[in-house]
Design a protein around this ligand. Sequence first.
Ligand code: AR6
Length: 173
Amino acid sequence: MPKIELLKGDITKLQVDAIVNAANSSLMGGGGVDGAIHRAAGPELLEECKKIIARIGSCPPGNAVITGAGKLECKYVIHSVGPIWRGGFYNESQLLRQAYLNSLKLAMDYQIKTIAFPNISTGAYGFPKELASDIAISAVEEFLKENPEIEKVIFVCFDEENYQIYKKKLSNV
Ligand code: AR6
């Protein structure tokens, strides 16, 4: 069975152990997938995020934190902060890679077996989609090689452009 899967649609509907949120450093919610996840999960999610921020101050790009999932079908939400694209001059690629890897590390810490990612940074944060998909796929593939305990990683594409990019690149999995 392939370990990496591709889906088109709304990540909030998935029944997996964890879904990843493309959050911002404040963890206070926002638009895009972040807004959709907070709406679907209900106010509990924001309460948990507030507690984390009270403890850590902020969640910088490349980092991730984990909460419960409120009313969602999954067990956990991993809030991962991608970089804002600023022309590629500010270490954005490395930070995006870290956003994926740190999410997967948290998944390992919590014995998460199935995890779904949105296309972090490719919406409001403007990261070029082709480049972002290369980084996301290679980070996940490398991590899975070292950590076979994770059973399934799903890339969830919401927009058609990302879906077509991932479909082309994952046609061999
Ligand atoms: N399910 C899956 N993917 C989605 C959904 C959904 N329901 N809705 C949108 N997407 P964005 P970013 C896709 O902007 O670029 C927020 O305001 C969308 O098509 O959500 O990392 C945060 O609070 C795109 O491919 O996140 C931050 O301030 C992808 O999700 C900022 O935006 C990411 O787009 C983060 O920007």
